[in-house]
Design a protein around this ligand. Structure first.
Ligand SMILES: Cc1ncc(COP(=O)(O)O)c(C=O)c1O
Length: 385
């Protein structure tokens, strides 16, 4: 199989992740912090080490304020519902995944907040000037994706973050497609809340994710419960990470996430990004007639700039084929796994003009090879011939 659906989840997981998980789960997977015995202490130490490694990877100086969640959706809901208050205004964009759009839309529909949804330009970027212009006195949150899972473009969070901070609002970044795929520096870019998922470019298993909570922002807990220590407190303790981590964490999953992050720190995210861009460029080069496909603005960037400003994903359509049909042929006849449709981001497809059918997304990962890209290109060529 040629797996080109890494934007949905990375697969297969690298061997060190599988081995590290296996070893940990066999030896130490007790309930962290709940009991005083050695296995419980080891489990808690593993989770805290995962926080430390993530802090290094994400340029975040307060790793104890990285709280683990089920996935990015959980982290984004925690941030949005834990920060916004009745009467607040929030700014978002057309490039967002439903895990940002839906909670914000629901709050707007309930009359709790007002919302501005910014357009993207022809290069699929959010103009920092538009963010500034959208500010109102009641703006409390700017919630934007770092990398769209549809367009693959990297947003200029380094310009937007300081502008948001200067205006006294909070900046929430959805790093689902960028954590592990694009260098991130939370402190430098003035990000207040960064949501990530553990199972994509961070190379961990599903069921892992988290929210890095900057010091300026107060997030009300939406899940209260057991935290191990300080059981006498009648309400959720105020210290991090316990404040936002009620309930037994996903010890199995986090032991895999730790290995994924360790591997990325050893290899460097920059080198992974270079590798993934070169795979997409190879895919483009290996097609004898790329002009037969629609590329949604990505072809020039790939051909001329080797994918600069983008991550390793690209959406295409082949005139005469519905996206779902093309994806099914690739799967059934050529054993190439891709994702067709709207990718949980309907506004992004409206922006591209591909709503409601969407397109076929090819997304690469750390373990994909040049040979696989050539084979995927030759499968497409055979379909068009
Ligand atoms: C940009 C973006 N945000 C959020 C998510 C949600 O991630 P999860 O399903 O892990 O919660 C995804 C997943 O595809 C995504 O691509």
């Amino acid at each position: 199989m040629i797996y080109l659906d890494n934007a949905a989840t990375s697969f297969p997981k690298p061997e060190p992740v599988l081995r590290g998980m296996d070893a940990f789960v066999r030896s130490s997977a007790a309930n962290p912090g709940r009991s005083g015995h050695r296995r419980a202490v080891e489990a808690e130490a593993m989770i805290n080490e995962t926080r430390l490694l993530l802090g290094r990877l994400l340029g975040f100086q307060r790793p104890e304020r990285i709280v683990f969640t089920l996935n990015a959706t959980d982290a984004l809901n925690m941030a949005i519902k834990g920060v916004l208050r009745p009467g607040d205004h929030a700014i978002t964009s057309v490039l967002e995944h439903n895990s940002i759009s839906r909670p914000l839309n629901q709050l707007e529909r309930d009359g709790a907040i007002t919302l501005t949804r910014l357009p993207a330009d022809s290069e699929h970027r959010i103009d920092p000037g538009d963010v500034i212009k959208a500010f109102k006195p009641s703006t409390r949150l700017v919630a934007l994706t770092h990398v769209s899972n549809v367009t693959g473009t990297i947003q200029d969070i380094g310009t937007i973050g300081p502008a948001v901070r200067e205006r006294g609002a909070f900046f929430l970044v959805d790093a689902s497609q960028s954590a592990g795929a694009v260098p991130i520096n939370i402190e430098r870019d003035c990000v207040d809340l960064l949501a990530f998922t553990g199972h994509k470019a961070l190379l961990g298993p599903t069921g892992t994710g988290g929210l890095a909570v900057g010091e300026r922002v107060e997030v009300s807990p939406w899940r209260e419960g057991g935290t191990g220590g300080d059981s006498s407190s009648p309400v959720q303790p105020s210290e991090f990470p316990h404040r936002l981590e009620g309930g037994t964490p996903n010890v199995f999953g986090l032991s895999g996430l730790r290995e994924g992050v360790r591997l990325l720190l050893e290899r460097s995210v920059d080198s992974v990004l270079t590798h993934e861009r070169s795979l997409i460029a190879e895919f483009y080069r290996a097609l004898p007639d790329p002009g037969r496909f629609r590329w949604y603005g990505a072809d020039r960037v790939i051909a001329e700039l080797q994918g600069d400003g983008r991550v390793g994903l690209v959406g295409i359509n082949l005139p005469g084929f519905a996206p779902a049909e093309l994806a099914a042929i690739l799967d059934e006849r050529f054993d190439v796994a891709v994702r067709a449709g709207l990718h949980c981001a309907p506004y992004a497809h409206k922006h591209l003009g591909t709503f409601p059918e969407g397109f076929v997304r090819f997304s690469v990962g750390i373990l994909n090879t040049v040979e696989e890209m050539r084979e995927a290109a030759s499968a497409l060529t055979e379909i068009t011939d």
